[in-house]
Ligand binder design. Structure first.
Ligand code: PXP
Length: 237
């Protein structure tokens, strides 16, 4: 089964927010991404609302016809918003407030009980849950014990190491692909994936159901246009 491309539109919201008007129009951008072939839209409303804001969510929920994935730290405020709007998927990340970007997965030894409860609350409302994790087989087993449907492998480490030694960079991810299949866990991946490193990742990690890509894809769109770029990324999957 082909890996789905979910486009993270946070950076589009960032440009809009910098001028206080509705340009670019996030709703239209999400619809256009889908028209150009995106198989999902991802948003990560952060507590400081500098990217996608909480009030964008109902508007996106109304127009997204593929899959809406909402990422975030499961604070009570975040969870209430997610439970109210019921996206297809919620990806839980361990980000402290104010962080520039997500840069590590959950510590599932420390957070297993907390996450098990949150996973259950989301699943009760028929929301698929994914936990952001580092590429470590032990973490995958612990993630499975929370009852989560999927995990999202943090690919920032891969992206950093790829230019130096692709073979070494991919090892732990290949292993996690196998382990996730053994455990019956769905597998997503994301962070710092781009036109240079995506193909190798996709060829060496089995069973990736979805990648969510934002920063590089939106940057590429400045040069090639969003319609072309979505096709370019999909061709690598
Ligand atoms: N996955 C998670 C959990 C993220 O926080 C982000 C960034 O918002 C991404 C994927 C996408 O990363 P990038 O913007 O580097 O493609």
């Amino acid at each position: 089964m082909a890996t789905k491309l979910s486009v993270n539109i946070n950076k589009v919201a960032l440009i809009r927010n910098s001028r206080g008007s509705n340009l670019p129009d996030l709703r239209q951008f999400a619809m256009d991404c889908e028209r150009f072939g995106a198989e999902g839209i991802t948003v990560h409303p952060r507590p400081d609302q500098r990217h996608v804001r909480y009030d964008d969510i109902p508007i996106l929920k109304e127009v997204v016809t593929t899959e809406l994935n909402i990422e975030g730290y499961p604070s009570e405020t975040f969870l209430e918003m997610v439970l109210e709007h019921q996206p297809h998927q919620c990806t839980l990340v361990p980000d402290p407030p104010g962080v520039l970007t997500s840069s590590e997965g959950w510590d599932l030894v420390k957070s297993k009980d907390f996450l098990s409860e949150v996973v259950g609350r989301l699943q009760e409302r028929s929301i698929r849950v994914s936990l952001f994790v580092d590429p470590n087989s032990d973490q995958l087993s612990r993630a499975r014990d929370t009852g989560t449907d999927r995990v999202e492998l943090y690919t920032g480490t891969y992206a950093n190491e790829y230019p130096l030694d692709p073979h070494k960079a991919i090892q732990s991810y290949t292993e996690c692909g196998r382990r996730a299949a053994e455990l019956g866990l769905g597998l997503n991946a994301g962070h710092d994936l781009n036109l240079t490193n995506l193909k190798y990742f996709s060829e060496h990690v089995e069973g990736v159901l979805e990648v969510s890509i934002g920063h590089a894809l939106v940057t590429d769109a400045l040069y090639y246009g969003i319609g072309n770029v979505i096709g370019m990324y999909k061709a690598l999957l």
